[in-house]
Design a protein around this ligand. Structure first.
Ligand code: HEC
Length: 193
């Protein structure tokens, strides 16, 4: 696990455009305004200065260096998107085709991101290690199965994305599959709280 695992992860050339969109990063669709240009020239001076001091790297690494935190944050982000869909499915919030499609697209991108993340599950980062984690040691005994459960989630999230705009019933139907994909992994590989 590299110290800059998170940084490399975001720098990966094959991170999908949708994944970038989910994090609201990447190229802007419109031309830069004067303010942006000013900001950019400030950054052009400030960034190398920070780099010389090693500060930029240190600050970035602090946010992403801990693989346990990185994977937990990612899980939470998936939970937030699934929550939007789940509330609609249960009638807690009104079905909204655009909002459902957006949540499903973000969840789908996050699911792909989970499979692409490097260094989030280093050996020894289980709940017997003293780290603040619920990851069970069984993950490392069954890494193939663990990863195939990630793939199942990608499939389920893509299916949701395909129909989320088609109506409440479609969302309700796919919720079961996605909930099942999250739950199948949690029941085998996450400590029960
Ligand atoms: C391939 C296995 C796997 C899949 C699929 C998976 N999870 Fe997880 N999830 C885990 C593990 C392992 C943990 C414990 C991580 C830790 O504590 O280090 C976890 C933790 C979490 C947490 C707690 C994060 C925290 O704050 O500590 C949430 C929330 C969560 N998952 C939501 C989801 C949702 C929602 C889905 C489906 C959309 C999902 N997970 C799919 C394995 C998985």
């Amino acid at each position: 696990m590299s110290l800059l695992g998170g940084r490399e992860y975001f720098a990966q050339a094959d991170v999908t455009a949708r994944f970038r969109a989910a994090f609201r990063i990447g190229p802007r669709p419109h031309p830069f305004s004067t303010k942006d240009t000013l900001m950019r020239s400030t950054l052009r001076i400030a960034l190398p200065a920070l780099a010389v001091l090693g500060l930029g790297t240190a600050l970035f690494a602090e946010a992403h260096a801990d693989p346990v935190e990185a994977r937990q944050e990612h899980m939470k982000a998936m939970g937030a998107q699934l929550g939007i869909l789940g509330k609609m499915a249960q009638g807690e919030t009104e079905y909204d085709a655009a909002a459902a499609s957006e949540a499903a697209a973000e969840l789908s991108a996050l699911a792909v991101g989970l499979t692409e993340a490097e260094g989030w599950w280093p050996e020894g980062s289980d709940n017997t290690s003293g780290a603040d984690t619920k990851a069970l040691p069984e993950i490392w005994e069954n890494m193939d199965d663990f990863e195939s459960k990630m793939d199942d989630l990608v499939t389920a999230a893509a299916a949701m994305e395909a129909v989320a705009g088609d109506g409440l019933e479609a969302v309700q139907g796919e919720m079961r599959t996605i909930g099942g994909a999250c739950g199948a992994c949690h029941s085998d590989y996450r400590e029960r709280s």
